[in-house]
Design a protein around this ligand. Structure first.
Ligand code: OGA
Ligand code: NI
Length: 368
């Protein structure tokens, strides 16, 4: 049954073009119904392992030190092993000494803060749901397809292969975006090499498959939430890309679903979080994992995070991606059909966050 009232409320919220921050600025004390996440109020949120105050789950995703990666073969082999282990077990790890300067990361976070905290008129100029736009600001890319809206506003910028012109980028974070995206692109290349090596392939294997050709950056702003137990910052999901490099501030709230438990990814000063996306799980034929994650909403904030997605979804590329042939054998048959990046992402986006994992749609024999 179509819920007309909900549809109207979604449209009214979207039409304000002021996002979740607009609601908070208006002084609300109860969150609007469109944000209430039913599963949270019923059971998920109250599970004891989710109680981050009591620290019942104290496991951490691996923190990998990239120092010496290009100077010392022995050191590099050790790092490749650590990366491989993290990708098999978690699909998530953090990196330190990754060569993105601290000031570049700090400036990126403050740039995003300034963008969101400038006058709403200026911000509204960027408000759009048009996927052909290289730069757009909105609240909940899946507002109309998800079951519950999230407590978050986002600015999306497609930075490669053809970056936006200076004028297209918002003034409040223009320099910061250009600077940060360049550094993160370089780090991305290094990570593609490490992943290929960890799969037992030549360092250039994934780069030669054009996996690093596209990059877009989503800068998230999670305003403080008056009723954090009723809604999420981001619903649980996997990322539909090759991998994501995430910069988060010190507020916390990011969690990974590991063996059916939600585990906090604590902010580590100076670190960047790397998480594998569905396309790498597909290429690796399930050797590497694309793990589910989510962000809790919090009474404190704003929380700011910047996710750099490596994907070519915005390009008209018709390259087909499937399990890498070199990894297959009589004992290890292909588990997935091939797909273009675009087709995969449009399927993923049509369903909204929180749906059944999209990768299952490509599974050759879903029963095994
Ligand atoms: C994402 C994401 C996490 C965060 O953008 O896909 O999972 O901490 N972001 O904002
Ligand atoms: Ni994500």
């Amino acid at each position: 049954m179509v819920d007309n009232n909900r549809a109207k409320e979604l449209k009214a919220f979207d039409d304000t073009k002021a996002g979740v921050k607009g609601l908070v600025d208006s002084g609300i004390v109860h969150i609007p119904k469109i944000f209430v996440t039913p599963a949270l109020t019923e059971n998920e949120f109250s599970a004891k392992n989710l109680d981050s105050d009591s620290n019942i789950v104290n496991v951490q995703i691996p923190v990998i030190d990239l120092k010496g990666i290009n100077e010392d073969d022995f050191r590099r082999r050790r790092i490749v092993e650590e990366v491989g282990e993290a990708c098999k077990t978690w699909g998530f790890f953090q990196v330190v000494n990754h060569s993105v300067p601290q000031h570049v990361m700090d400036e990126m976070i403050s740039g995003v803060k300034s963008f969101n905290e400038q006058s709403s008129e200026k911000k509204m100029e960027f408000y759009s749901r048009d996927n052909l736009k290289k730069v757009k600001f909105n609240s909940n890319f899946d507002l109309y397809s998800s079951k519950a809206a999230n407590w978050r506003d986002s600015l999306t910028c497609v930075m490669a292969p053809n970056p936006p012109t200076q004028d297209e980028l918002p003034e409040a974070c223009r320099e910061e975006l250009l600077q940060y995206s360049e550094h993160v692109r370089k780090l991305g290349h290094t990570i593609f090499e490490l992943l290929a090596e960890a799969l037992g392939l030549k360092p250039n294997h994934l780069l030669d498959m054009d996996c690093a050709k596209g990059q877009f950056i989503i800068s998230h702003y999670y305003p403080p939430c008056p009723e954090p137990n009723k809604t999420l910052g981001i619903t649980k999901h996997t990322d539909p890309d090759f991998f994501t490099i995430l910069l988060q501030d010190q507020i916390g709230g990011l969690q990974i679903n590991h063996q059916n438990q939600w585990i906090d990814i604590h902010p580590v000063t100076g670190a960047l979080v790397i998480n594998l996306g569905d396309l790498l799980q597909l290429l690796s034929n399930d050797k590497f994992k694309s793990a589910e994650h989510r962000v809790l909403s919090k009474q404190i904030g704003p929380r700011i995070s910047i996710a750099c997605f490596f994907t070519t979804q915005f390009q008209p590329f018709d390259t087909l991606y499937g399990p890498i042939k070199e990894l297959l054998s009589d004992e290890n048959h292909a588990l997935y059909k091939e797909t273009t990046v675009r087709d995969y992402v449009s399927y993923y986006n049509s369903r909204g966050l929180g749906a059944h994992p999209s990768l299952l749609h490509l599974r050759l024999n879903p029963s095994i």
